[in-house]
Design a protein around this ligand. Structure first.
Ligand code: BDR
Ligand code: CA
Length: 313
């Protein structure tokens, strides 16, 4: 028996996903029970291979389940120009020896929700396609999830992939709509919170001075996206999924959380994929999203630094 909180991560690795996973690998209070993988940052073939490789490098034995290879309805461009065409900075790493599980990610989410009913922490770091598929197969899923944390959205519609929308939601808005409607409550770390919690590039480079295989691998795979970020966004790097993971693993580090109704825009010439927050509660809908506004920056950075310098147990 363990009193650790069972943790299931749905992800599309992705350089910032990898940092979030390293944080989860290093957390003593949670027991990682699976990684379910979607297409998003890059195609499914790469996101699965990246998840397997990161587990191998980190010496972590956790099952990896492949899921959706495309959004539910409409094709969407990936983010290979940010993360590298393979999602891990195109460093040419040797493929992992470990293999993906046979079970589909959506089925694994349902099964694990039964095995850890009432206790499971589900953290979604990519497009919500796998979680939406699981909900379509089993609409009772939310009853068994203790807490859902989503990285996604732009809560005043200052997006990163379009002027109004954030990448994870924009990639598969129909899936996001299904998830946001089905769960009575979810915790949201959106892109605007990420911008408010930037990491100074100089400090990040300092964290790579470590003997840890995890930190050294991460330095390699993140270099391309860090250079891209310096060109585009200046002194601060924005590791979106890492902030969501900090909120998931150590929610007591949240200094300001605002609960509001949130809807996903599915149409709109300029606004498809926007997360429309009813800040003034004009529609009388329930406050279902707990929106992270401020997290303890020092605590966030400590979690990252510890993850990068950790070694296998
Ligand atoms: C989100 O989009 C992806 O590119 C990142 O991995 C993160 O999950 C940020 O908008
Ligand atoms: Ca991601």
């Amino acid at each position: 028996m363990t009193d650790r909180i069972p943790l299931l991560i749905d992800t599309d690795p992705g350089v910032d996903d990898a940092l979030a996973l390293l944080m989860a690998f290093n957390d003593p209070r949670h027991e990682l029970v699976g990684l379910t993988i979607a297409a998003g940052n890059v195609g499914l073939k790469h996101t699965v291979a990246n998840a397997l490789k990161l587990c191998e490098v980190a010496g972590v034995d956790v099952p990896v389940f492949a899921g959706a290879d495309a959004p539910l309805l409409h094709p969407s461009p990936d983010a290979g120009y940010v993360h590298g065409q393979d999602g891990f900075g195109d460093v040419g790493y040797e493929a992992a020896k470990r293999k993906v599980e046979a079970e589909h990610a959506a089925l694994a989410i349902i099964r694990l929700s039964h095995e850890h009913a009432g206790k499971l922490l589900l953290v979604a770091l990519g497009p919500l396609t796998n979680v939406a598929l699981a909900l379509k197969l089993d609409p009772t899923l939310p009853q068994r999830i203790a807490r859902l944390v989503v990285m996604g959205g732009a809560v005043t519609c200052q997006g990163n992939i379009t002027p109004a929308a954030e990448f994870n939601i924009y990639f598969d808005p129909e899936a996001a709509h299904i998830v946001f409607e089905a769960f009575e409550h979810l915790d949201l770390a959106d892109w605007e919170a990420v911008v408010a919690h930037g990491l100074l590039h100089d400090r990040v480079v300092g964290w790579f001075k470590t003997d840890s295989a995890r930190g050294q691998f991460y330095e390699r795979i993140s270099e391309k996206t860090r250079m891209w970020s310096i060109d585009r966004r200046g002194d601060h790097w924005h590791a979106a999924d890492a902030l969501a993971m900090a909120f998931a693993l150590e929610p007591e580090g949240a200094l300001d959380v605002q609960s509001r109704p949130v809807s996903i825009e599915l149409d709109g010439t300029h606004s498809r994929g926007a997360t429309v927050v009813d800040w003034r509660r004009q529609e009388g809908k329930p406050d279902k999203a707990a929106i992270l506004m401020k997290y303890d920056q020092q605590r966030f950075e400590n979690l990252i630094q510890a993850a990068l310098s950790a070694s296998p147990a």
